[in-house]
Design a binder for this molecule. Structure first.
Ligand SMILES: CC(=O)N[C@H]1[C@@H](OP(=O)(O)OP(=O)(O)OC[C@H]2O[C@@H](n3ccc(=O)[nH]c3=O)[C@H](O)[C@@H]2O)O[C@H](CO)[C@@H](O)[C@@H]1O
Ligand SMILES: C=C(OP(=O)(O)O)C(=O)O
Length: 428
């Protein structure tokens, strides 16, 4: 267990460079086992999810190396093997091995994925897609076993009942080598889906329409990587630093961003009165004083991202009035509320609506990161607060924030990570 210790009250300034997108990376790594050649990714974030995915790869005799943001994966000697259930449960995206193993071996057996505790997260649409492609699915003792007949998978029409990032990507992974044409309707449109399609297409796949709500896939028999795939910047990490910079900064430049991926978010910041300077691939956040309250409704892309509602919350504390947050994707994504209240924040949840009132006198306390983005909101609140905040279960934050201690320290924050056991032994 890790603990993040933040001494608040230091103003942030300078530059921060955003890493590759977690939600692309965690799909690209499972996608790599579809290749008939070694694969190379650049701009890979140094996050716990990547290290856990590398463990899963190793269990299948897939060798990988990760250095200076470059991840190489060699799936050419892959074997079918039981996957390590602890690593599978450490992250949500391990479910992508269902689609990629199906594509590679025409069958897959793995335990249910873990990931953030943000309310119910069923995978019925993933299963429905695999079945449409001709697979049989059995669930026993928390394990999913997916098999196909002698003819393997075939193209099909898949209509998703709800817009799901995971089900869209898993359908692509399973269909990319299936015989015939697959059409995914009501597909999710997140930028990470385009990134996965670009990676697969550069290896010879035929995935068309990624980024729209209808995706057409013509199955191919082989995929060969010819070049390095550079992962798109993480729009959620970028939004987190933008919020932090406005909340507690005196001029911060957030570099390596694709501003078009953040439009719903930056529009809301500007509505609050933050005069963002948006450039081609960077955004400058000046010192800001007067902020207005806003209303946010988290929705599928291109709407306001659910993963950014908690990171924006500490900035709402500085607004002159009540703000309202409604998360239509994960209405139970409220793990930050009780913890922020321990720091003196005026925030409450009322029947699916989060009400955030002005809270300018935050004080440090011992709190818990119940999940990644709840943790991100605690980090920002801790930077704003008087005194010291200890964030327990910081490994949830490190699941998805690339080299966060270094990035915060470079911005002038006073932050460290310690192993909880050292704290218990009084050695910190
Ligand atoms: C690894 C990854 O990319 N994680 C992201 C992904 O999660 P994930 O892919 O798990 O989220 P989905 O887009 O699938 O979920 C959207 C909604 O559909 C529901 N649903 C989904 C699938 C299904 O089979 N049945 C079902 O009911 C979910 O409970 C949720 O209410 O998209 C979420 C929504 O943008 C983000 O918060 C996560 O950061
Ligand atoms: C919910 C998230 O991640 P995951 O789907 O990987 O649990 C997130 O990144 O905010």
């Amino acid at each position: 267990m890790k603990k993040m210790i933040i001494h608040g009250g230091h103003r942030l300034a300078g530059e921060v460079t955003i890493g590759g997108a977690k939600n692309s990376t965690v799909a690209l790594i499972p996608a790599a086992i579809l290749a008939d050649t070694p694969v190379r990714f650049d701009m890979v974030p140094d996050i716990l999810d990547v290290h856990n995915l590398m463990l899963i790869l190793r269990s299948m005799n897939v060798h990988s190396t990760f250095e200076d943001g470059v991840l190489t994966i060699d799936p050419t000697e892959i074997v079918e093997a039981p996957l390590p259930s602890k690593a599978i449960k450490s992250l949500r995206a391990s479910y992508y091995f269902m689609g990629s193993l199906l594509g590679r071996f025409q069958r897959a057996t793995l335990s249910f994925p873990g990931g953030d505790n943000i309310g119910p997260r069923p995978i019925d649409q993933h299963i429905k897609a695999f079945q449409a492609l001709g697979a049989s699915v059995e669930e026993h003792d928390n394990t999913v076993r997916i098999t196909t007949g002698p003819d393997g998978l075939h193209g099909a029409r898949i209509f998703l009942d709800m817009v799901s990032v995971g089900a869209t990507i898993n359908s692509i992974l399973a269909a990319v080598k299936a015989v015939g044409t697959t059409v995914i309707e009501n597909a999710a449109k997140e930028p990470e889906i385009i990134d996965i399609a670009t990676f697969l297409n550069n290896m010879g796949a035929h995935v068309r329409g990624a980024g729209t709500d209808v995706i057409r896939i013509e199955g191919v028999s082989t995929l060969r990587a010819m070049n390095t795939h550079t992962i798109i910047p993480d729009r959620i990490e970028a939004g987190t630093y933008l919020s932090m910079a406005a909340a507690v900064g005196d001029g911060v430049t957030v570099k390596n961003v694709i501003p078009e991926h953040l439009e719903a978010f930056t529009a809301k910041m500007m509505e609050m009165g933050v005069p963002l300077e948006i450039n081609e691939d960077s955004i400058y956040v000046p010192h800001v004083d007067d902020l207005k309250p806003i209303q946010i409704k988290a929705m599928p892309f291109p709407g306001f991202a659910t993963d950014l509602q908690q990171p924006l919350t500490p900035l709402l504390f500085r607004a002159a009035g009540s703000s309202v947050v409604i998360d239509t994707i994960y209405p139970k994504r409220i793990k930050h509320i009780a913890e922020l209240r321990k720091m003196g924040a005026n925030i409450r949840s009322e029947e699916g609506t989060i009400v955030v009132d002005p809270s300018t006198d935050l004080v440090g306390n011992e709190v818990q990161a119940g999940e990644i983005r709840a943790g991100a909101s605690l980090v920002i609140a801790a930077l704003m607060a008087d005194g010291t905040t200890e964030i327990n279960r910081a490994e949830n934050i490190m699941r998805g924030y690339d080299r966060i201690v270094k990035k915060l320290t470079d911005l002038n924050a006073d932050v460290e990570i310690v192993e909880d056991s050292l704290v218990e032994n009084g050695q910190d």
